[in-house]
Design a binder for this molecule. Sequence first.
Ligand SMILES: Cc1ncc(COP(=O)(O)O)c(C=O)c1O
Length: 332
Amino acid sequence: MDLIRAQERMLTHPAHAQVLGNPDYAFGAAFVADHFCPILEASIPIIDAGLFHADAVYDVVSVSGGAFFRLEEHQARFARACAAIRVRNPFDREKEAEILHELVARAGLRDAYVWWTVTRGLPPMGRNEMVDPLKFENRFYAMAVPFVFMFDDDQRARGVDLVVSRDHIRIPARAVDPRAKNFHWLDMQMALFEAGDRGGEWAVLTDADGYLAEATGANIFAIVDGTVVTPDSGCLEGITRQSVMDLCQELGIPTACRRIHADELKTAQEVFMTTTAGSIMPARSVDGKPVFGHGGAGELSVRLHNLYWEKRWAGWHATPVRYDLAKQEHQP
Ligand SMILES: Cc1ncc(COP(=O)(O)O)c(C=O)c1O
């Protein structure tokens, strides 16, 4: 089965053509605290704790063919993340959704990467006030830019080369809980550089005992004895990960969330990663060794990839973008 060239389709198919919008927003749209602006004009105060302490939670939802995917679930996960790190979202869920819709509408995008965050924001100026989360002025920022693929069509079709990091482990959940999607990225970024140094294209991280946690910015899956398995802890509960579970159920393929030692990747039938910015990404090698001797994208990985996109474009968990919101801008 050939992998659907989703990126090519987004660039060429009329259903994905950009909506005629305001040219100021050609590179994307941003929302900064309380107002919309073209993405190149967006800025944040240098004293924002999101910047100087990576003190923030965020989420990313995608739009394809003019519709959000699992928007409510992304918003629910984001609300849990805010609660976990004790920041207050200045907007309720309805207003938050409206901002995300309007960003996509202003940018005129049919396929978008939509990112939003609440940072700890502006710190209190008084003595000893840092102990009180209520003393910070939490800030909301968001943006919509053209959809980003972590790996392009060719890479997904041939499978990517993964490296399991030896030098870095994923931060333990008791230090920074990976379920609250957050700005702590150094472990994953350093592992990515290590992967590059070792001739790979992407990194996978384990916990201190060698059990898989997640990949850089993505969940990791393996197919072991016909069962699609993914780690049950130490990782973000990815929305794409959940989508894979749902697709497997539909196809009658057994799944399990469990502890997986990194060594299991050596004998797995297939290996793939999942993330919003790239969907399902088959791997062809792990640490320089072809996955299960086939050395290409696995058959089931490609099937899941294709089903994911076909179902999305047919309206699966879709919320159509409210393009009419962009018009408000031109009203007197
Ligand atoms: C650390 C991490 N794990 C997993 C994922 C995948 O999550 P989702 O499928 O919800 O995009 C992401 C997405 O950015 C991530 O940053």
